[in-house]
Write a new protein. Sequence first.
Length: 359
Amino acid sequence: MNRAVAADRETTARDAVAPRAEAPGSRATAPLAGPPGPRPPRTPGARSARIGAWAELLRLPALFTVPGDALAGTAAAGARPGPRTLLAIGSSLCLYEAGMALNDWADRAEDAVERPHRPLPSGRIRPAAALTAAGALTGAGLALAAGAGRPALAVAAPLAATVWAYDLALKHTPAGPVAMAAARALDLLLGAAATGGGTRAALPSAALLGSHTLAVTAVSRRETTGGSVLAPLAALATTGALTGLVARRRTRLPAGRRAAAAPGLSGSTPAPTATDALAAALGAVYAATAARPYFHAVLNPSPPLTQRAVGGGIRATIPLQAALAARSGARATSLLVAALAPAGRRFAKRAAMRKVSIT
């Protein structure tokens, strides 16, 4: 679910939050006799700073890339979104945020040296609080998946295990990008399982989304050092291949015609529809969003351009999800997913979100 990509991006430096003043009568200033005085009430500024720290830790603007997984999975399974789809989306959001909190907890020593402005090394959030949040969000995600049914829980459990394994053990190993791709693929399958449509029909869409995630994650591993041409070049090639695949129509013939249909037979290839055109258009948006920054990183694999390539790959996730839904014949669902992209940009530009990394 791009958790590594989201966690490894360099965020804009924050102003340090002023330390809290000692409460009157605290242990440092109160006389030995008598009870300590009351703590002063928290000011709106302190409360706002705390909320901003948690928004930065949890990468709230990046949440807009998550619902499209379940919606694309629902479409791929041939089902319509319903109450169980909402439960699957809620489960995905919780597990995604659990991965964010756990990532910064696991990287707190490294961040203290390389990214001291982040919430944990800067002291704005305690490590224990981040770890507690990761555990609580994981539990909530599994509970929501259980509410969607046993098939959904059967997918959510390995998804949660993949998130924790990635953050705690696999992130800095060769298996890291593969684990990240598996997490995104499982998230799409969670939507398919929750609707009761089955996961087998959603496997091709899960493989395409996982391939995109694998490419972005591979690029992100060099975003602070740069110098890698192969990773953005491979990501560029992957983007081209995926664009062609999502634009290709999925033909579902009636049962009586499947055996008879063959290349060259009349009626075996239906005429293009408006949904096909929508899938092709969304595929073009996906390619335009991801390919250009990848190409720049190939020409000059410096850290800034590599970071832009990672950001472009993350932003391209939404049009890819929408294209996958359109490819499955769910035009309304694909438009709903596509609408998440401008909504996410507007949310990120809000005053309270300006210093929160979108990745």
